[in-house]
Design a protein around this ligand. Structure first.
Ligand code: ADE
Length: 227
């Protein structure tokens, strides 16, 4: 039986996913808790990793090494970088990038792992797009970029766009993609826009985070059924 690992940073992003698991039990690795259950004939290990790339990296590696994950999905909310994205739109990753790490440190001559843009699994991201179409939810495929900061500053937003050509930003996806790349594990990142990562970002986030997180969880659950 295939095992699908799901990683969310916040409780609002994980709640629906946890509820949907059948016969779920918790498994502990160090201080990390995993909710392991069944969904759509698959074994699912879902976890609340907390905010930031170090948390996300540790949980991703543990899902792969200790829980035997064959696929990883990172699900949650994000701030729009592209002006064509609106609050509540879904983004399915084409690839992931750190926006706060100079790409040459990862892919310059002789620099491990010779990759700074971690490709999401085409099939998984394609399924997300297909599910959104069926559900009448706007969905865009594109680059998701991550850094150790909540972006709520229009000038910083412009800098991140220029540096990365990302269409949305959050704080975990690149770490998930990076660790999956090192392990040859297929992954995708699914995000629902909660704010515009601009000067109003924090206010919009507070208003829309719960709705956006629920929409994202619903799409992620449909994805698990379809893998
Ligand atoms: N997650 C949701 N919105 C975000 C933002 N504006 N910056 C970073 N992470 C986010």
């Amino acid at each position: 039986m295939q095992t699908i690992g799901i990683i969310c940073a916040m409780n609002s992003e994980l709640a629906r996913i946890k509820e949907a698991l059948h016969n779920s039990e918790t498994q502990q690795v160090g201080r990390m808790t995993f909710h392991v259950g069944k969904l759509g004939g698959k074994r699912v290990a879902a976890a609340l990793c907390g905010i930031g790339k170090v948390n996300a990296a540790a949980f991703t590696q543990t899902l792969i090494s200790n829980l035997g994950a064959d696929y990883i999905i990172n699900s949650g909310v994000s701030g729009a970088l592209s002006s064509s994205l609106h609050i509540m739109d879904i983004v399915a990753a084409t690839d992931l990038m750190h926006h706060d790490l100079f790409p040459n440190f990862l892919e310059g001559e002789g620099y491990f792992p010779n990759c700074a843009r971690f490709p999401a699994d085409e099939r998984l991201s394609g399924l997300v797009e297909e599910i959104c179409k069926e559900q009448g939810v706007p969905c865009v495929r594109g680059r998701i970029v991550s850094g150790e900061q909540f972006v709520n500053d229009s000038a910083l937003k412009t800098q991140i766009i220029e540096k990365t050509q990302g269409i949305t930003t959050e704080m975990e996806g690149a770490a998930v993609g990076h660790v999956c790349y090192l392990n040859n594990i297929p992954f995708t990142v699914v995000r629902c826009i909660s704010d515009g990562a601009d000067d109003n970002g924090a206010m919009d986030f507070d208003t829309f985070v719960v709705h956006a997180a629920e929409r994202c969880a619903k799409i992620t659950l449909a994805l698990v059924e379809r893998i």
